[in-house]
Ligand binder design. Structure first.
Ligand SMILES: NC(=O)c1ccc[n+]([C@@H]2O[C@H](COP(=O)([O-])OP(=O)(O)OC[C@H]3O[C@@H](n4cnc5c(N)ncnc54)[C@H](OP(=O)(O)O)[C@@H]3O)[C@@H](O)[C@H]2O)c1
Length: 323
C-alpha cells in the first residue's frame, strides 16, 4: 500500500514517518511529495529506496498525477502564512480526485479546541473544517493526529554533543517554556492553573509519531473524521521538573506564569510578531490545562512510546544508560 507524505523531506516528521513505513517490510511503501528540485536532496532520499515525486502544490494536474496509485496521503507540511491552508486544501481535493482512500492534514500539535486559542494554529482548524465536510460527504476518509509538544524540546541543551543530535531527531527550533540551553542557569516557565497549581502537558518523541502513524494505517475500520491523539507522556510541570532535575546539574529555576500575566503580555505583542504571540497563547492554553491530548490512538494500538523519564535517562543520563 503506497502512502504519500507531503513534506516527507523534512528531517523531523518526514524522516520519522518514512522510517516507520520502511520498517514495515513492504506492507506500506512511502512516497515523498516534494517541491524540491535540487538533485542532491532527492538523490539522498532515493538512495534509501524512497520514491520522491515532484509536485506543484498550486497545480491540480500536478498533484493528481503525483497521487496516482496512492492509498493514503499524510501531510507534514509547514508553510508560513495563509498559503498553508490553500496548499493543504489543494492537496485534499487532489487526493479526492485521484481516488485516494485516506487523508491526514498537517496537525501534530494540540486538540482543535486548544488550537482555536492560538492564531497561527487556527489555520489547522480551518483546514480540518473542510476535511470534515469531505468525510461527511464520503469523498475521502480522514483523521487528525494531535501529539502535544515534541518531547525533543528536551534535547535542546543535552550536554553530550554525541547524543544531542539523536535527542533532537532533526528538530531545530529554539526552546519554549523549558530552558536548558545554558547549563549554568536552567529554568522552566510554568503556566499556573486558576487554582495556582502547576498545569499538565502532553509530550511525544518525534520518532514515535511515525510508529503511531503506522498503527493508524493498520486500523481497518474508517478513521471517520476522528481526532486520533497520540501520547508519549502526559505529566504535570511538577513531575516534569522533578524528572529533569535528576539530570540537569544546576538547580532548575521555576518561573511561574499566571493566566492574567500572560493575557496582559499578549496585549503588548504586535500581531506581526506571530511566533511571540504563538508562544504566549500556547502558555495560556497550558494555564487552562488544555495542553493535554487524549490518548485515543494509544488505546487502539500496541505502540509503547518513549516517556519523559526514559527520554531524559537515555539522552541526559550517564553513558551506561544508553542502549
Ligand atoms: N508539536 C510540536 O511541538 C511541533 C513543533 C514543530 C512543528 N510541529 C508541527 O509539525 C508539522 C511539521 O512541521 P516541521 O517543523 O516538521 O515542518 P518543516 O520541516 O519546516 O516543513 C515540512 C515540509 O514542508 C515543505 N514546505 C516548506 N515550505 C513550503 C512551502 N512554502 N510550500 C510547500 N511546501 C513547503 C517542505 O518540503 P519540500 O521542500 O520537500 O517541498 C518541508 O520539508 C507542522 O504541522 C507543525 O505545526 C509541531
Amino acid at each position: 500500500m503506497r502512502v504519500a507524505i507531503a513534506g516527507g523531506t523534512s528531517a523531523t516528521l518526514g524522516s520519522s514517518i518514512v522510517s516507520a513505513l520502511l520498517a514495515t517490510d513492504g506492507r506500506y511503501t512511502p512516497v515523498i511529495l516534494s517541491r524540491e528540485t535540487t538533485i542532491s536532496k532527492k538523490q539522498s532520499l532515493a538512495q534509501n529506496g524512497v520514491e520522491v515525486r515532484y509536485v506543484d502544490y498550486h497545480s491540480q494536474t500536478s498533484l493528481v498525477a503525483a497521487l496516482k496509485g496512492i492509498d493514503t496521503v499524510i501531510s507534514v507540511l509547514l508553510i508560513p502564512g495563509p498559503e498553508w491552508v490553500t496548499v493543504q486544501l489543494n492537496l485534499l481535493h487532489a487526493a479526492e480526485a485521484a481516488g485516494c482512500r485516506r487523508f491526514a492534514p498537517s496537525e501534530f500539535a494540540l486538540t482543535s479546541s486548544a488550537q482555536s486559542m492560538v492564531d497561527i494554529l487556527d489555520a489547522k482548524n480551518k483546514v480540518w473544517e473542510v476535511v470534515q465536510t469531505s468525510v461527511n460527504q464520503h469523498r475521502i476518509d480522514a483523521a487528525r493526529f494531535p501529539c502535544g509538544m515534541f518531547m525533543n524540546y528536551l534535547g535542546i541543551g543535552c550536554p553530550d554533543s554525541g547524543r544531542r543530535k539523536d535527542a533532537l531527531a532533526g528538530f531545530q527550533e529554539g526552546p519554549f517554556l523549558i530552558h536548558f540551553e545554558n547549563p549554568e542557569s536552567p529554568w522552566v516557565e510554568v503556566p499556573l492553573r486558576s487554582d495556582q497549581t502547576f498545569s499538565r502537558l502532553t509530550m511525544t518523541d518525534i520518532r514515535d509519531i511515525g510508529r503511531f502513524i503506522v498503527a493508524a494505517l493498520d486500523i481497518t475500520e474508517p478513521w471517520a473524521g476522528r481526532e486520533l491523539g497520540m501520547v508519549g507522556d502526559t505529566l504535570s510541570f511538577e513531575d516534569l521538573i522533578s524528572i529533569c532535575q535528576k539530570y540537569v546539574e544546576r538547580p532548575i529555576e521555576i518561573r511561574p506564569l499566571t493566566e492574567s500575566a500572560l493575557q496582559t503580555k499578549l496585549l503588548t505583542i504586535p500581531q506581526s510578531e506571530f511566533i511571540a504571540r504563538m508562544e504566549c497563547q500556547l502558555a495560556i492554553v497550558c494555564a487552562r490545562d488544555m495542553s493535554v491530548v487524549p490518548p485515543t490512538l494509544n488505546e487502539l494500538s500496541s505502540v509503547q512510546p518513549t516517556t519523559v523519564a526514559e527520554y531524559m535517562r537515555h539522552y541526559w543520563g550517564p553513558e551506561r544508560y544508553q542502549g
